[in-house]
Design a binder for this molecule. Structure first.
Ligand code: CMP
Length: 139
């Protein structure tokens, strides 16, 4: 059975462009409950660890530099069938392919600067949530 939690980050460029508010609005409009949320800046080493599954890919080094270049918002979100529901709300990884009205369609500037991250499986949602949040930071 699909789980009811996913993990997201609002990426540095979307934060810099002033899109924290509009993106959180879309998350609420999409029917998600915020379980945990924090505003922070990753070190390069933390970004490398978070994205370790992509190590060796052509975009890995640049992605880690970018993700540690400025503050981000990290959050755990709750809704029935959360992984699929959130992926639908944010749209395709490549913003050029993201459906109209999705978060990436509205707020992304490129594949790397694609506004938000969303977990791709229940297993990864747990690993990614644990990377940022203790049990005492979830409500
Ligand atoms: P995200 O959901 O954070 O997960 C991994 C990220 O890698 C992805 O969003 C994109 O920002 C980035 N990414 C994936 N594929 C490519 C690619 N071909 N070129 C550049 N960046 C990519």
């Amino acid at each position: 059975m699909a789980g009811n939690r996913t993990f997201t980050m609002i990426k540095p460029m979307a934060v810099k462009n002033g899109f924290i508010g509009p993106i959180i609005n879309k998350i609420y409009e999409g029917g998600f409950r915020i379980v945990a949320m924090k505003f922070l800046k990753l070190s390069l080493e933390q970004a490398q660890e978070f994205y370790a599954v992509h190590k060796g890919k052509s975009f890995y080094d640049d992605l880690c530099v970018f993700m540690s270049s400025g503050p981000i918002v990290a959050a755990i979100l709750e809704k029935e069938n959360a992984i699929e529901a959130y992926r639908e709300l944010i749209g395709a990884t490549n913003p050029e392919e993201a459906a109209e009205g999705t978060i990436r369609n509205l707020y992304a500037t490129s594949m790397q600067k694609n506004a938000v991250h969303g977990s791709d499986s229940d297993e990864n949602a747990i690993v990614e949530s644990n990377f940022f949040f203790s049990e005492f930071e979830r409500f």
